[in-house]
Write a protein that binds this ligand. Structure first.
Ligand code: PBG
Length: 333
């Protein structure tokens, strides 16, 4: 027999701030947060990304300062995105030991301490057409060549590993990408490096501002031929995750976060024990920034509430452009 009103009054535990805190579940911690960073060639460069206030493209020397600051704040990690000056059909910069991410890793490595340096592994920032791998004509349609991309992803992963990456995070949604990267890393004696796979990544309009930050908008078409359709069944997301785990993914990611909390929840329930990340993407960031700038939302309150929701849905790790702010807010109490 359960108590009923008036014996039961749920408001009793809500009146007192200390009791709310006592019975509440504190979910957001700095060590679970990953900060995305954008690196471009040059020296002493810090270029603000217009659509993402507070986010900059920086040169490797400035990146090293930012990485040191992230480490001091106790962040769980940073994920690096390269913005090369020269792009071509195959994304050669991503395959070179002197490419922008390789340079950035070598510069940041000495100041990162124990904080993991994660690299986003994809070609959209490096190709002149802005797609996630080389294109091929098939049945009158231009499409990313899946299997040719796999070989290139393997090479890119080894370049990142040699330059000092701690975790490789493939985001291109190619079939077989995790297996190909795992094999390439193992063959190059990097069998100890974990893979964080963007396993369930949707073709999302919420990536809009990122394409400005990473200069990676497709020059024609879109990414619906490889990223998931938002109308797909939730079961398809579970299949994607299962496949990636079979291929050797150590951690998985769902992306975006807020419009896909049901997917985060299902993945967490279906694959207990597998570290699960959710990516609180650029559009989710810019919407709040814009509303806060207009005085329509309290940025800090909205961010803390959203991050708690992402964690409650089941994500262990959150990739967020607010990681440094949250670290400061948490230490202020
Ligand atoms: C690269 C990549 C993208 C994002 C992360 N990795 C862009 C895309 O797939 O179009 C988006 C991140 C964000 O919006 O914050 N493939």
């Amino acid at each position: 027999m359960t108590a009923r009103f008036p014996n039961l009054r749920l408001r009793r535990l809500r009146r007192h701030p200390g009791i709310r805190r006592l019975v509440g579940e504190e979910r957001v911690t700095v060590s679970d947060l990953i900060l995305p960073m954008f690196v471009r060639p040059g020296r002493g460069e810090r270029r603000p990304v217009e659509s993402m206030p507070g986010v900059d493209q920086v040169s490797p020397d400035v990146l090293a300062e930012d990485v040191a600051a992230a480490r001091e704040l106790g962040l769980g990690g940073v994920i690096l995105f390269g913005v090369p000056l020269v792009k071509d059909a195959h994304g050669s910069d991503a395959l070179s030991e002197h490419g922008i991410v390789a340079e950035a890793l070598r510069t940041a490595r000495p100041v990162a301490g124990q904080m993991p340096l994660i690299t986003d592994l994809c070609f959209c920032e490096y190709t002149d057409h802005g797609h996630c791998g080389p294109l091929v004509e098939r049945g009158g349609r231009s499409d990313v060549d899946n299997d040719a991309t796999l070989e290139l992803l393997g090479r890119q992963a080894v370049v990142h590993a040699r330059a000092g990456a701690d975790v490789i995070a493939p985001s291109g949604m190619m079939d077989g990408m995790v297996a190909a990267i795992r094999r390439a890393l193992d063959d190059a004696q990097f069998d100890h490096l974990p893979i964080l796979s963007y396993a369930a990544k949707y073709a999302s309009a919420f990536y809009g501002p990122f394409r400005d930050a990473a200069d990676s908008a497709p020059q024609s078409g879109d990414r619906r031929g490889y990223q998931m359709d938002y109308r797909a069944s939730a079961a398809e997301a579970l299949r994607e995750v299962e496949l990636d785990l079979d291929e050797g993914a150590d951690m998985i990611m769902v992306k975006p976060a807020l419009a896909y909390l049901d997917i985060v929840h299902r993945v967490a329930e279906s694959f207990p024990g597998v570290p699960l990340a959710a990516y609180n993407v650029s559009g989710e960031y810019s919407m709040v920034k814009a509303a806060a700038a207009a005085g329509w939302l309290d940025e800090r309150a909205v961010v803390m509430e959203s991050l708690a929701a992402i964690r409650r849905a089941g994500a262990n790790i959150v990739v967020t452009y607010w990681a440094k702010d949250v670290a400061r807010w948490l230490s202020e109490g």
